[in-house]
Design a protein around this ligand. Structure first.
Ligand code: GTP
Ligand code: MG
Length: 371
């Protein structure tokens, strides 16, 4: 292509007749000073319509819908199953779906996932919550994290297998755990060794959001002190909980995430019962001295947890899962297969927790994921 053709109508692009190259003559007032020479479509050709790509993306996402998978983990009896119900009965879904089970919540004995298609303003989300049996019942709780770690890795493996098929699906079904809500008992003391051990292992393979369970059993002062001690313990034990500082992409991200980091773990209360308060139906726990409204931020931090998971960080959780945790798993698995093909012994890895260095997040993460 010659400069003559290209430069038609663009007087500052002229052909260098000797070398047959294009030489640039500074364009007349393309951009305001200080805008680093950004050429605006409007200035050159009138309206180009680049911004319409957002509409295109929106339309495609709306058509395809997307998946989001949350797992609840913690000691038996801390209210994990109750919180799953609370989530589905709360504002996430109240208008759009009704929970499929109403029976009394009993002890969870198998890993069980509950899904609902939630639709809002034409956007469809398949929200799946994976409820796990509580640990801590055995005399020896050694390796009680094994079934959880195994499940998380199995989902990565499923995704990897699909990805490696020669003819692969255009949209790989995503059953990977995007977030693991870890329940801490409201002891008011410090983190227990079992929680430290569990979260250390989980933190390497999945995004963990710790919460204080049954927070209605703590006074406000106890809650604040306990939260602070937990944050200290998490830091002292090197446990990586979501959102991690090193994955903040810019200053705006950092400021937003700092607020969350200062506030975790969220002190939550769960229920599946509704009560009348001032003529409105609210989700709450009725006690002798009043009703604890679970969606009222003055009473507990369930709403903060829900907003983090669904409203503000859903896409980021999916990105971190794909570009950090899954990527780490993929690299390790492919290294293992290469090592076994070339006759070398596979890397010694226990439970999928020995992580090769994760790729720098900013280089790999993109603002949107294939969903
Ligand atoms: N005070 C209080 N009790 C709660 C709360 N959430 C749940 N409970 C009660 O705690 C008991 C256990 O709740 P579950 O939801 O079955 O607990 P779980 O963690 O699923 O237990 P496993 O299935 O054994 O692991 C039930 O009686 C619930 O009503 C809460 O926020 N505060
Ligand atoms: Mg349960």
């Amino acid at each position: 292509m010659t400069g003559a053709g290209l430069g038609k109508g663009l007087p500052w692009l002229e052909e260098d007749s000797e070398a047959g190259r294009e030489t640039e003559i500074p364009p007349p007032q393309l951009a305001e000073p200080g805008t680093q020479g950004i050429i605006r479509g409007r200035d050159l050709f009138g309206y180009v319509g680049i911004e319409a790509v957002l509409d295109q993306m929106r339309r495609k996402t709306m058509k395809a819908g997307f998946e989001f998978n949350i797992m609840v983990v913690g000691q038996s009896g801390l209210g994990k199953s109750t919180l799953v119900n609370t989530l589905f009965k709360s504002k996430v879904s109240r208008k759009s779906c009704t929970p499929s089970y109403e029976e009394k919540i009993s002890r969870t004995v198998h890993l069980k996932s509950v899904s609902h298609i939630i639709e809002e303003k034409g956007v469809k989300m398949r929200l799946t919550v994976i409820d796990t049996p509580g640990f801590g019942d055995q005399i020896n709780n050694e390796n009680c994290w094994d079934p959880i770690v195994k499940y998380i890795n199995e989902q990565y493996e499923k995704y990897l297998t699909e990805e490696l098929h020669i003819t692969r699906k255009r949209r790989i079904p995503d059953t990977r755990v995007h977030c693991c809500v870890y329940f801490l008992p409201a002891t008011g003391h410090r983190l227990r060794p079992i929680d430290v051990e569990f979260m250390k292992r989980l933190g390497k393979i999945v995004s963990i959001v710790p919460v204080i369970a049954k927070a209605d059993t703590l006074t406000m002062d106890e809650r604040l002190d306990f939260k602070q001690r937990i944050r200290q313990d998490l830091q002292a034990s090197g446990i990586r909980v979501y959102p991690q500082k090193e994955y903040d992409e810019d200053v705006e991200d950092r400021i937003r995430n700092d607020k969350i980091r200062e506030n975790i773990p969220f002190a939550v209360v769960g229920t599946d019962k509704e009560h009348q308060v001032n003529g409105n139906k609210v989700l709450g726990r009725k006690t002798k001295w009043g009703i604890i409204e679970v969606e009222n931020v003055a009473h507990c931090e369930f709403a903060n947890l829900r907003d983090l998971l669904v409203r503000s960080h859903l896409q980021d959780l999916k990105d971190v899962t794909h570009y950090i945790h899954y990527e780490t798993y993929r690299v390790r698995r492919l290294n293992e297969s290469n090592a076994s093909v070339s006759g070398l012994s596979a890397l010694p890895l226990e439970n999928g927790t020995d992580t090769p260095p994760a790729p720098p997040p900013s280089a790999h993460r993109m603002s949107s994921l294939p969903m």
